[in-house]
Design a binder for this molecule. Structure first.
Ligand code: GRF
Length: 221
């Protein structure tokens, strides 16, 4: 169910599993007053995620729900859901979160979960995207911000960053360029959501009231 519009600042929970460079890009924009959201929790399934340190440095509440502390997957999913449900954020931001969300969770926060994926979706869903794109011979690579539905990397697309693949590219240097683009498009899409211009309606992306069938694209400079 959708939360009523209270006119208050958008509250967000950020889910991470690792380095948290996207989290940092979001934090930087909040600090410089370019992103009108309040992060009420950074949650990690990985106790060693460096993103937790980043959040602590910014004075943001953190929580670890370690996947390996649970006997079965269902209990882990239940714990994630219960912990987020009780603080009821306006938005859930997946920023390098390496676990698949339960169908139940996706239903509960429908239209309120964003993810960033390191490929030009619908191409290269899943892992090892930089290696796979190089093997494919494609001319372009990049990243995509999309709404999350219960089908992996398949929710409605919002915004992409695109970079041309160079003859001497390796997965490592490509990753660097792709992530640089991520730091631009993720805060932008989150801002659109916070300002009320971005919505998911009937399984489609709407931007300023208009349904978009192809994502907006930001080119490498
Ligand atoms: C990013 O490349 C993102 O596209 C993918 O995981 C990576 C997370 O990096 N989902 P970081 O933890 O934000 O540094």
């Amino acid at each position: 169910m959708k939360k009523p519009d209270t006119g208050q600042i958008t509250s967000a929970v950020i889910l991470i599993s690792g380095h948290g460079t996207n989290l940092q890009a979001i934090l930087d924009q909040i600090i410089s007053d370019q992103l009108p959201i309040k992060i009420i929790l950074v949650l990690s399934d990985n106790p060693r995620a460096y993103g937790i340190e980043r959040a602590k440095k910014s004075g943001i509440p953190t929580k670890i729900i370690n996947y390996h502390d649970f006997i079965n997957k269902a209990d882990f999913h239940q714990s994630i859901k219960d912990n987020i449900k009780k603080i009821d954020p306006d938005l859930v931001v997946l920023a390098g979160y390496m676990r698949i969300l339960s169908t139940d969770f996706c239903r509960l926060f429908k239209g309120r979960i964003l993810n960033i994926h390191p490929s030009l979706l619908p191409k290269f869903k899943g892992l090892n995207t930089h290696q796979r794109v190089l093997e494919s011979g494609d001319k372009y690579h990049g990243s995509t911000v999309h709404f999350v539905t219960s089908e992996l990397d398949s929710g409605p697309l919002i915004l992409q960053h695109r970079t041309r693949i160079r003859p001497d590219d390796t997965p490592e240097c490509l990753k660097k360029r792709v992530q640089h683009g991520e730091y631009q498009i993720y805060p932008t899409a989150i801002r659109w959501f916070a300002e009320g211009s971005l919505k998911m309606v009937d399984g489609a992306t709407f931007l300023i009231g208009k349904r978009i069938t192809t994502p907006e694209i930001l080119e490498d400079t």
